[in-house]
Design a binder for this molecule. Structure first.
Ligand SMILES: [Zn+2]
Length: 324
């Protein structure tokens, strides 16, 4: 594990958090296990199992924190080039004595202040575990669930052909909320996202592919005043445009374009009327990503393979609105 740098307060907070886990949480976990054990037969004692599992997670957290603390150092602010954005876990620190730039893991309390300014340093934690309770899906209105599937389909498009095929093959089961299928999908989406984000924790290149369908999608949301469409519904429309552009101006084959649009057409979307394309394109232009006048548009080369293109023009985006 690499060395991490903390502000003084950050280091204190980290120690305090670890002590809290060891001195307070750990005895509580043991107590919970003892209490559950007293309630009877261990082979059918769900409370006991849950308490054991909680203890396991706690110990995992403690050992991670101990490791972090063992590799934690106090940051020497005098050697920090704070002209760089520091709200990242990895930054370049310039040694002002010899002007050498080195890359360090920099971790400090969130929104920590340095003498150069406020909130210059932050820390990014990756989760130790993710727990998702699929029971909550039954409380979700059908329309919300369907809209959420836009991001699911997106993961197949941008990163994983096999997953895309799974979604196509199981589209009826998905519409019928088959819990086994939905569980598989959720796990796979978490894995893909974790793949993309961990490969690209600090740079924003790879992560940008997560924006597939969002350039036009966000403009649709602004254009319609965030009223008629749910986010996912706007993204379905945005992906239709992105697929058109990938096919017409990129290298997405006609065959894959057809398979892709056929999948999207299985989802029922509210009517969308872009009555003024010029005004609409202004919403695309106003997107903060384009302040530097360069459009970075996510295209598919094939299903499961995406890339950032800088060749797509606003006119071409306007043309793509024809498929909506
Ligand atoms: Zn989104």
């Amino acid at each position: 594990m690499s060395i991490s740098y903390y502000t003084k307060e950050g280091l204190q907070k980290l120690r305090a958090e670890l002590n809290q886990l060891k001195d307070v949480e750990r005895p509580l976990a043991s107590k919970a296990i003892a209490e559950a054990r007293d309630k009877g037969d261990l082979s059918e004692n769900a409370e006991y199992d849950a308490a054991k599992e909680a203890q396991g997670l706690l110990e995992l957290k403690i050992s991670k924190m101990e490791e972090t603390l063992a590799n934690a150092r106090l940051i020497d602010e005098s050697q920090l080039d704070s002209s760089k954005v520091l709200v990242l876990s990895k930054v370049k620190i310039k040694n002002t004595a010899n002007n050498m730039e080195m890359e360090y893991q920099l971790v400090a309390e969130s929104e920590a202040n340095l003498k150069d300014g406020k909130n210059l340093v932050g820390r990014i934690y990756q989760p130790i575990a993710v727990e998702i309770d699929t029971n909550f899906l039954s409380t979700l209105p059908d329309r919300e669930l369907q809209a959420a599937l836009a991001e699911v389909v997106k993961y197949g498009f941008i990163y994983d052909r096999e997953f895309f095929d799974f979604v196509v093959a199981n589209s009826t089961e998905i519409q019928n909320k088959d819990i086994d299928v939905l569980q598989k999908i959720i796990i796979q989406c978490c894995e893909i996202k974790s793949d993309i984000v961990s490969e690209d924790e600090n740079e924003n290149e790879l992560r940008m592919i997560l924006n597939f369908g969002h350039t036009v999608g966000h403009a649709i949301e602004s254009f319609t005043d965030y009223k008629n469409l749910l986010h996912g519904e706007a993204i379905f429309y945005g992906m239709k445009c992105a697929l058109y552009l990938s096919n017409k101006f990129g290298s997405l084959s006609n065959e894959e374009y057809d398979i892709s649009t056929r999948l999207i057409s299985k989802f029922e979307l509210p009517k969308l009327d872009i009555n003024n394309r010029k005004i609409f394109i202004n919403f695309v232009k106003n997107d903060k990503k384009f302040r530097e006048k360069k459009i970075r548009f996510i295209l598919l080369d094939e299903i499961g393979k995406s890339r950032i293109s800088e060749d797509i023009t606003f006119d071409q985006i306007e043309e793509s609105l024809g498929v909506l």
